[in-house]
Design a protein around this ligand. Structure first.
Ligand code: CP
Length: 329
């Protein structure tokens, strides 16, 4: 995918704005479907900044957040999003569930389904696990991150942050930097940002660069300074040591020296380059604290704020069919 002109943001005449029963990934979404979700999220940014943050459209619906991996941002923002829309929100933490007694993922899904939820939000450590569940249950399923595969709402909230800060996504030069190999955030962002017409670069040590990554429509750099050159957005990624089988980086100190974002390094990017990080951050490993905390350059807390709005939009849109909303039935 290349130019903004070939990626219309508006839904083509006669097309449904979002014809999908689940959101398991950015893969398979049309550019206008991504833009539609971002447009829908804007109203929730405004509501979330109001004194009273409540809308009743999901009243009477049950939302189960089934998290088989740890989370702070995604779990809490899905919980807040559901509650602000009036849903009854229930969190299932795998560590306190019968998964610990050996129950399989499929049996867990059948059990959750029997409780007649109206939407399931799921995070799992295995790529494809969320699709497996989506194929088995009767309600919409939202992927809150599966293995190395996708984290679609993270990409949507990142796209919304860029669009609000930069005015547009098309033609922005975005560098996604760090542990690309293990990152579902990188994969979903590459798919979303290229679909919306951004010029995407990936920057990583050779050991953390996925093979043939250029096939996703990005340019790969192993030299951090060269990759940052002239970029409008610098998106840093967490070094995911928990997903590494062996030492793919020599040491945290050497990694920071070569691939850590410092104020000096940021000067290679455009003068008004926006710094992003999905969190959680390893300060002093992939990003220096003074950059992360510089509100003139860093959009990290804004990303978290946009996360609630994007997740409200996804919960609303995916439950429209079940709620009998006109045009969705
Ligand atoms: N960005 C992200 O997914 O953060 P959590 O793991 O805290 O949800």
């Amino acid at each position: 995918m290349s130019s903004a002109a070939s990626h219309p943001a508006a839904t083509p005449e006669g097309a449904h704005p979002f014809p999908h029963g689940h959101l398991t990934g950015i893969d398979g979404l049309q550019p206008w479907e991504i833009a539609f979700l971002l447009d829908e999220a804007e109203q929730w940014v405004a509501l979330n900044r109001a004194a009273t943050k409540h809308d009743d459209r999901l009243a009477g619906l049950t939302q189960i957040n089934a998290f088989f991996e740890n989370s702070t941002r995604t779990l809490l923002s899905f919980e807040i999003a559901g509650k602000r829309l009036g849903a009854d929100v229930v969190n299932m933490h795998a560590a306190q569930s019968s998964v610990k007694k050996g129950e399989t993922l499929l049996d867990t899904a059948i059990t959750l389904n029997a409780m007649r939820p109206d939407i399931i939000v799921m995070r799992h450590g295995s790529s494809g696990a969320v699709q497996l569940i989506a194929d088995k249950v009767d309600c919409p399923v939202l992927n809150a991150g599966d293995g190395w595969h996708e984290h679609p709402t993270q990409a949507l909230l990142d796209a919304l942050t860029i669009r609000r800060r930069k005015g547009a996504i098309a033609k922005q030069r975005v560098a996604i930097c760090g542990d690309i190999l293990h990152s579902r955030v990188a994969r979903s962002n590459i798919l979303a940002l290229t679909a919306l017409g951004a010029e995407v670069r990936v920057v990583a040590p050779p050991t953390l660069m996925p093979p043939a990554v250029e096939r996703l429509g990005v340019t790969a750099f192993t030299d951090f300074d060269a990759g940052l050159d002239g970029c409008d957005v610098v998106m840093m990624l967490r070094l995911q040591t928990e997903r590494m089988k062996s030492g793919l980086v020599p040491s945290a100190r050497e990694y920071f020296a070569l691939y850590g974002l410092t104020r000096e390094r940021l000067e290679k990017a455009a003068p008004d380059a926006l710094v992003m990080h999905p969190g959680p951050m390893n300060r002093g490993i992939e990003i220096a604290s003074d950059i992360a905390d510089d509100l003139d350059r860093s959009a990290i807390t804004e990303q978290v704020e946009m996360g609630v709005a994007v997740r409200m939009a996804c919960l609303d849109v995916l439950t429209r069919k079940g709620r009998g909303v006109e045009g969705w039935v």
